[in-house]
Ligand binder design. Structure first.
Ligand code: PMP
Length: 351
């Protein structure tokens, strides 16, 4: 009986799968290896107490928005906070996508653009990246001209390839589009270039960010959108009233006010450089350039490498069965110790 009650879009639908695999080093989900900053840990009891969990959280996360606005160089009314940027992708669909509307996104890219498109009943147009995983801007322009997508996603830098799209190309795409263009900057801090400053120039631009990556708060689920008020008012219209819990709001705020970010980013960038160099020394391995905290690597036998790493307690992300990513594993740049362990594991397997 229940089967007959389910929405058409959900019948036979497969959601994003997260496997619980035991590990010693977690290098599969682009998290950072850092714990909460010392000064936050030290005051955690006070912080928790002041969060007043017996009452509902601030529905608009006002203080957090002020801090995020400062960080982005915009005003708080240009910020929308979500339960992870995942939730914001979902809310964008909820606010703007009717069944049958067209959503375009790069391929290969972040899986949730497709997952939420399917749930919304959108028509999906994946736009292939080039052979070297750089963006094919002409293809995007052609897709926009032909299908007039309601929504275009650009992931910059792109997950899982680590490649980027240049500012002038993003602007070309925004100007061509009669729909909304979402630029997902989840990995901005490891790249340094942003389009956030253009939100008032282009009324159809939404920039997505997250505290899950460089800020190391994946478990708190805090993402945010930066856009003009005219777009954000519709996201506010469809969101749950208390989407960000009190503890996440206050801990995120405290972490934003610490000054550990720069040092932590530099650590990851140094380790990225070192990993790319070391991986490049292993014969038969193809390493792609990266502007993120992960590296896409192709192997002749990705299954053998994935399993061999797993046996050594290293969890990486297997993309080798995804069309366009044959032979590829994605490795998150982690602590020096974890990265060394990974390199040694790979050498044992491949030399
Ligand atoms: N966008 C991209 C490109 C991502 O890689 C991720 C996390 N894997 C997200 C969005 C979602 O991040 P979160 O929901 O943790 O904010």
């Amino acid at each position: 009986m229940i089967e007959n009650l389910v929405r058409e879009e959900i019948k036979g639908f497969k959601n994003y799968e997260v496997h619980s695999i035991p590990y010693r080093y977690k290098m599969d989900a682009n998290e950072t290896p850092f714990e909460l900053p010392e000064e936050v840990i030290k005051n955690i009891q006070e912080i928790v107490k002041s969060s007043q969990v017996n009452v509902y959280p601030d529905p608009t996360a006002e203080k957090l928005k002020e801090e995020l606005a400062r960080y982005c160089g915009v005003v708080p009314t240009n910020i929308f906070v979500g339960n992870g940027s995942d939730e914001i992708i979902h809310l964008i669909m909820l606010a703007f996508i009717n069944k049958g509307d067209v959503v375009a996104y790069p391929h290969p890219s972040f899986a949730m653009y497709s997952v939420y498109s399917k749930i919304a009943g959108a028509v999906e147009i994946p736009v292939r990246l080039r052979e070297d995983y750089n963006y094919d801007v002409d293809s995007f322009i052609k897709v926009i001209e032909k299908y007039q997508p309601k929504l275009v996603f650009l992931c910059n830098p792109n997950n899982p390839t680590g490649s980027v799209i240049e500012r002038e190309d993003i602007i070309k795409i925004i100007q061509k589009s009669n729909g909304i263009v979402v630029v997902d900057e989840a990995y901005f801090e490891f790249y340094g270039n942003t389009i956030v400053d253009a939100i008032n120039e282009f009324e159809n631009l939404i920039v997505l960010r997250t505290l899950s990556k460089a800020f190391g708060l994946a478990g708190l689920r805090v993402g945010y959108a930066v856009a003009n008020e005219n777009i954000l008012k519709y996201l506010n219209l469809v969101k749950s009233p208390y989407n960000i819990n009190s503890l996440s709001q206050i801990i995120a705020l405290k972490v934003l006010r610490t000054d550990v970010l720069k040092e932590r980013i530099n650590y990851i960038l140094e380790e990225r450089k070192r990993l790319i160099k070391e991986l490049g020394k292993i014969p038969g391995v193809k390493v792609y350039p990266s502007k993120t905290n992960f590296i896409l690597v192709k192997f002749k036998d990705a299954d053998y490498v994935y399993q061999g790493l797993l046996e050594r307690g290293i969890l990486v992300r297997d993309f080798s069965k995804v069309e366009g990513l044959e032979g590829a594993l994605r490795i998150t740049v982690s602590s020096r110790e974890a990265n060394d362990y990974l390199i040694n594991g790979l050498k044992e397997l491949l030399l």
